[in-house]
Structure formats: C-alpha cells, structure tokens
Design a protein around this ligand. Sequence first.
Ligand code: 3AM
Length: 171
Amino acid sequence: MRTFFALDLASEDKLALEKWRSKNFPFFHRPVPMANFHITLAFLGDTSADKMEKLLSGADAIEAAPVRFDANQMGYWQRPGIVFLGDKQPDDALYALAQKCQALGARLRLNKEDKRYHPHVTLFRKVEQAPPVALTEPDFSLRFDHFSLMQSIPARDGVQYRELERWPLRN
Ligand code: 3AM
C-alpha cells in the first residue's frame, strides 16, 4: 500500500481553509478536497506488510514536540503545478519531526527524497498558471499534538486518505 507520514489538519481547520479558499478562488480548477488537507512529513510510497511492521515500531520510538504551522503565505510551484499555503517562518519542531520521519523511511529503504523539505498544505493540483492574488491574506494558526501514518487510496476522481495510525507529540 502507498503510505506517507503527515500532520492531518483538524476538521475545524479544514473547514476554515476551505471557506477561505472558496471565497478567494471560486473559479479555480482542481481543488484538493478539503478532507485531504495535510502537511506531508515524509512520503514513503509502496510499503510491504513486512516493512509496515518495522515502520510502525520505528514510529513508536519517535519522540518529538508539538508543532505549530502558521499558514500565512500562498505559493505556486510551476513544475509539479501545485498551489499551496506555507509558513513564512516555519517551526523548528516541524523540521525536527519531518527529519525523524524521513530518516525512518530511509532506514527501511522506502522512498528516498533528495529534494529539500518544504512544509506546505496543498490547495490545488495540476495548475498550469500562477493563481491570482488572494483578496484576503491567509492567516491560519494550525497546531498539532500528534502525527499520522496515512494511506493514499486511488479513487475514481482523485485520491482518498486513510489514517492508519497516530502518535502523540509531547514536550
Ligand atoms: O499534498 P502534498 O504535495 O504535500 O504530493 C504528494 C502528497 O503531498 C506526495 O505525498 C503526499 C501524499 O500523496 N507525494 C506523492 N508522490 C510522491 C513522490 N513520488 C510524493 N512526494 C514525493 N515523492
């Protein structure tokens, strides 16, 4: 199965982001379903049953602090065609957690990511042109007290995510 570590947004935050997105970009194409709003920590890819067991016990051993993410900046990456929300000053705790998740994935020879890690919440995919400027600046204060292992399930019109397991973040 296809998996990734992520910070899954709380339902009320998903709703708030969706409200802002639909007000500011009512005509923009290919919105990510609000249920899918998340911050990827580490993409793992195809995960066998054998590796899944090691992944779960490896994640049990991860100790990391709660994370804050202030979604206060919109961005666009032309090559993957992604419009996203970022944080102008990302939390060190987020990098520390992502690094631990990525190291675990690398130890199990799951997906090896050479690119620099840029924490973000994807809003639109397959976007060919930079989006217009938002009428109202995004300003969402997101807080996370757990991280999750997610399964990505292909669906007829996109993907669905399912949380397989979650772990607490503590100081
Ligand atoms: O919504 P974002 O972009 O944060 O882009 C995919 C998504 O994250 C990313 O993993 C998340 C769940 O699918 N992803 C998918 N395939 C990937 C790959 N081959 C990938 N990240 C890196 N390498």
